[in-house]
Design a protein around this ligand. Sequence first.
Ligand code: F6P
Length: 365
Amino acid sequence: MRKEIKKIAILTGGGDCPGLNAVIRAVTRTAILQYGYEVYGYKFGYKGLYNNDLIPLTLETVSGILHKGGTILYSSNKDNLFDYLVEENGKMVKKDVSDVAVENLKKEGIDALIVIGGDGTLTSARDFARKGVNIIGVPKTIDNDLAATDVTFGFNTAIGVATEALDRLHTTAESHHRIMLLEVMGRDAGWIALESGIAGSADVILIPEIPYDINKIIEKVKEREAEGKLFSIIVVAEGAKPKDGSATVYKIVEDSPDPIRYGGVANKLAVELEKLVKNHEIRSTVLGHIQRGGNASTYDRILSTRYGVKAVELINEGKFGNMVCLKGSDISYVSLEEVIGHNKYVNPNGEFVKIAKKIGISFGD
Ligand code: F6P
């Protein structure tokens, strides 16, 4: 017979993302109002689980947080408890300390754990599920690069911010006849650039999945000039790369499960374009963490709420080891075993790239 659930806990891992608080709120409210569970939150992701640093979550704690970006539980993108930096005999060494976490859960009487995160965080969730912990995953990332769900929460807010940035850049581009580049996030996936580029009326979209040729970008600028359009807007995914080169690495975060941080491609490209395009001034803008911060969009508030409610329903049904997901218009779930290692990238021959090309957007290919 299944053990009766009394106490559940939540943790948020990886980079912050609009909608995290909406999930925390939906989980807490559903757990308390529908099932009478006690709810706790571990602070700073898996680090809190290791340090047994947890706080009670009540209807009051989660009041007023639905729209707010960030996470009231704080987060960490470094703490993989299966490969964790600890001090041993005066030296820092990496060790599997996951048993400490399992013991902490037992000690506190936590019957089920909801883990909200992207690839790295969910990999550990899968590994804890393999160790017998009652886990439910919730997919978060502005990058929208998890194949197991049609949409991760946070993505919609990010493309909204990027689209607004493109709208704003248009006014300066047009007034000064400039070429304006906007660098957006997304790691190795070009979703943010692609969708904001279509919505924000970009002339060129550069994504990691379609390596670019600078001459093709110049061709597009010239084509526009011939039509009397003396400015151009280029949206560049941070992971975009030239045909004969590689992505621009900004820094390596040694103790992160995903250590490479991209950044700087738009500026690099702006400098190269300046040398080749004579009659325009060129400027680049890096949108950076602005696309990850601030209030969640209406869509993300609703998606996060649906995910949070579903996560608690799965706990009630004893369907552990799964991640909630969106399939078409329905909320569903998928085994964590099928989530990890399956990333979703832009298909260069897919519908979105095709429609963008049909309306004249160049991908620099
Ligand atoms: O995965 C989300 C994301 O914002 C990526 O788009 C970006 O490459 C990365 O995280 C940035 O990470 P950090 O906040 O550690 O700089």
